[in-house]
Design a protein around this ligand. Sequence first.
Ligand SMILES: Cc1ncc(COP(=O)(O)O)c(C=O)c1O
Length: 420
Amino acid sequence: MTKDVDRRVQFMGDRYLFYKEPISIESGEGVWLKDKSGNKYLDVYNNVPVVGHCHPKVVASLKEQASKLNVHSRYISDVVVDYSEKLVSKHAKELNRLKMACSGTEAVELALRMARVYTGGEGIICSSSTYHGNSFETIRMTVGPFEPEFRRVPYPQTFRPQKQGLSEEELTELYLEKISEQIQAFKKDGIKFAGLIFCSIFANEGLPNFSKDYLSKASKLVREAGGVVILDEVQAGFGRTGTWWGYELSGLVPDICVMGKPMGAGIPVSGVVSSTEISDVFHKKWSYFNTTAATPVQAAVGSTVIDIIEEEGLIQNAKKVGAYLKEQLDELKEKYEFIGDVRGPGLFLGIEVIDNKEDKNPDKPLAENLVESLKERYFLISNAGEHRNVLKLRPPLVFDTSHADLLLDALDHSFKKVSS
Ligand SMILES: Cc1ncc(COP(=O)(O)O)c(C=O)c1O
């Protein structure tokens, strides 16, 4: 293993790897991954292979289209146009224009550019403790230096709220005030407001519980101030939440929506959908071309991913198995002092690891130990969230109740081990 790590560092430079003893993966099938020594791991982490690792239909469509044609988008390809029609049909009717890119980062960059061109503004609000990509602009937005064009607001949450002792309604108002404050701050500094970008379920923040009307109220504030609402569905999209899109859970339609990760089940493809109006205003100023985006191979695979999600009932599965897992995890929560909360929609669950139920301080080292302990039992999860103390469960959507039972057993064993 050390030899594998050394070779990786020798030729790739960094050691940004999971686990004290990283895994050398060789193959995957469904919810399973196999390492070089033949050990099988239950994958409770990867959302990109949304329809399961190496799904035969994905492999077949990739092979078929790659054998026929793959070319850039300045020719017309029915495969690409058909896919665009199919994908926008899964969205709210207002979101009817698709632009394709190759990564979530690129799609976020494009969405920011569209918001800025449409509004003529520059100022963007995002959440604290978020992540939207690895480009210069997205890093500046989330890691800094933020100002003057980027400002952050605390993400809404009920577990470790900004202020104690408030009702849910009062708390929501408090979080909304933070948005108004930043809109005002842009005004004061003479920066025209362009809009707000949030992940529709605040996944990287730690999957907090928040009021169902927070996003629609936030959108109202943003639109009244002349901005547009961008929701990032790179984590939430394609059925994970038990709905096609995370924004459905909050009952609102964004002005611009960003997709990525599971969109191509591992083939690099991402996209931005918007209204006709935003798309038209953008195109008056800019043409959009991306050499390896909107290609027939991306479209063929993307289309197959949508078909499989529907044929195999993966959205209903996410809802059903997610609800079962959550219910069982709630029982485990009662058994262990360091499990503070279990939350998240569909098959995207977070387990908040804390020092004790009274203080509720985040316990990142314990969360890390648990991730390692699960891996020793051949279960792959990770830790995420603002304090990196939230165990993140986000398996391919072909995860069924038998897999959930295996996971629950392993979690119980690992929880017991760290308690003793
Ligand atoms: C919410 C969100 N947006 C955007 C991105 C960037 O996507 P990519 O890594 O494909 O560039 C990520 C990646 O983790 C993400 O979580």
